[in-house]
Unconditional design. Sequence first.
Length: 594
Amino acid sequence: MAGILDTAVSGLNVFKRAMDVTSHNIANVNTEGYSKQRVEVATNIPNFVGGEYVGSGAHVDSIARSYDQFVTGQLRSSTTALGEANTYKEYAGRVDSLLADTSTSLSTSAQSFFDSVSDVANEPASLANRDIMLQEANGLTARFAMLDGQFGAIRQQVNEDIEGMTNSANLYLKSIAELNVEINSAQGSLGGLQKSNDLLDERDQSLKKLSELMDISVISSQDSAMVTVIVKNGVPLVMGDKAGTLSTAISETDSENLLVMLTSANGQTQDIGRQITSGEIAGALRFRDEILDPAQQELGVIAAGIAMEFNAQHKVSTDAGGNLVGGGYDIEGNAGLALFSFQGTTEVSSMALTSNTGTAALTVSYNDINADATGASSADLQANDYMLEYDGIDFSLRNVKDDTSIILQRTVTAGSDILEPAVAGEKLPGIRIEISGAAGNVNADDEFFIRPAYDAARLLTVNITEGKHVAAASNIDPVTGNIVNSALPGDNTNALKLADLANNKGLFGGSMSYQDVYSGLVSEVGGKTRIANVSAASQETLWVNANSARESLSGVNLDEEAANLIKYQQSYQAAAQAISTASNMFNAILGALR
């Protein structure tokens, strides 16, 4: 009787455990990251009886989870790529809408301004037209400021999102390290023979959430149940029970931009922004570098170009030889003033890096088109940032975007220590660089960060307040050709030149007008936004496929679990019937012995 009874009891235990696991699966059907579990049954060692091996039932060998390392890795990779694509797309769409929408576009205000200049050229004696021109000029500068302010708001949102992402990443890093300890302890207490399935699922879910934010590689330990998590270039994030900490820091060269820092378990801190190549954090950083910064710089180039060219044509200047050049005269015969309040120095941002050991400082300004002896113009302006570097012998100006450099030499001009290109034919990007102090104030490896156009749109304002000061006339009598110093209210000579600046191909090497540059900016951002939308749609499809593969393997199917419940219930009842049969057989024997 012992054989049949023991065998039946072993069946009861197996099927009871199978129903427990099935019930656990059903309870977690909606648990994110849960992998369905199954009971793996093994036959007991048979008994040798009467010259034969007689089976002794079954036992639960293990409770396994439906898991595939490759499928899980594919889902993590797809999650990372989708996170980057969606983040980049959402930010790009905001800039695209801002630049292209007629209610916020610069094109509308610029066209209205140039139309008002043409109206002054058509009726130079009309004070009303001159007042309208000033109103439109103020409208143009307000539109520049609005766009720059919106870029600033987007930049602030990017910074806040990056801070939020790093905080979330820290929670996942800490969770992974803690789960490493729990899993290793749980499996170690069982000699490593049984898996702590629910804890493994929880760790995989933390790894997946972390992969939404940044690209990671997961390395399993050969000696324990712990995993090591690294940024894909090899920077460690989690090692065993130790987790690094992500944080943000203000960029030394740009106080409005944040860097992503990693402090390792041993306390060393490094900038890992360039090492994060995918995920939501990478999407935010790539948007900032590829769209937001260039857009703000190109907007600044347009603002600086308009200010430089209009002021050069509107005001009367003195050239290097002391001669009056350029400009026009207002309705009262006074020499024209600068139309825009554009000092040329405050609009150019420059700073010495804190790591410099020398005490030298820079004064960087836009070249005065009429007064500058080199003949520089807005054509030399570039939508780039620059690093002025000193190696102990030579100065060089390096373009941060493409890493190209030009060598500069120091010359003393009118008591000023000026840096100019050392090679004939090379030009500075529309700026004049003056360095304070003697050579001894600059030490080897000192660097200075220069942003020629970044702040120009924000700082552009109108300089004159009365329409009568619009310099529509020249000081050349159109009849006699003589220079006059009296008012020429009907003269539109200078106004025509001002209106013609709308078509001036003066920007970016003398090949593009202001509208060309803006249209190009709108097209470039629109193109990148369309590519971002296509990329996000593609990554969504890949993610859905990867997630479907994971769900097909690991997801809970209620129909399947319901069928299992019926099967295990019937098996349990059959095992119970075997026990009942054994009991009846035992009772029959007892009855025969009475």
